[in-house]
Ligand binder design. Structure first.
Ligand code: FES
Length: 130
């Protein structure tokens, strides 16, 4: 799978404790949404702007210390690992993030090609029988 670096915002746009939502494409799909989070100590992380629980934008939540709190049902995710703090099998999708000339950039994978419904259903059936 290939990936591209996207320039998201200036570092000054995301002070410690802030969240910022950005759109990097025009498909209208969730993979075009990126959330930039700055922890209380100033570390900056970019992630898919979609809670792993439901299709809720994490950028509408809040940063609490080194976690981001989803506005949907208040699950907390660690900014370093992406994992839900009390149930690590749920995690947000973190992207490699870098600072270039004062800009925050994220390495976002290209979306996977769509899977035909028949193949998806067969895959689900296989998963349930193994
Ligand atoms: S939608 Fe995020 S915790 Fe439920």
């Amino acid at each position: 799978m290939s990936a591209r670096w996207y320039r998201l915002c200036l570092a000054a746009d995301v002070p410690p404790g802030a969240l910022l939502g950005r759109t990097i494409g025009d498909s209208g799909e969730a993979h075009d949404r990126v959330c930039v989070a700055s922890g209380a100590d100033g570390e900056v992380v970019a992630m898919l702007d979609r809670c792993p629980h439901r299709d809720v934008a994490l950028s509408g939540g809040v940063v609490h210390g080194s976690t981001v709190v989803c506005p949907g049902h208040f699950w907390r995710f660690d900014l370093a690992s992406g994992e839900r703090t009390d149930l690590p099998r749920h995690a947000v999708t973190l992207y490699p993030t870098r600072l270039v000339d004062g800009w925050i950039e994220a390495l976002v994978p290209d979306p996977a090609p769509p899977v035909p419904m028949r193949e998806w259903l067969l895959g689900q059936a296989r998963d349930r029988t193994t």
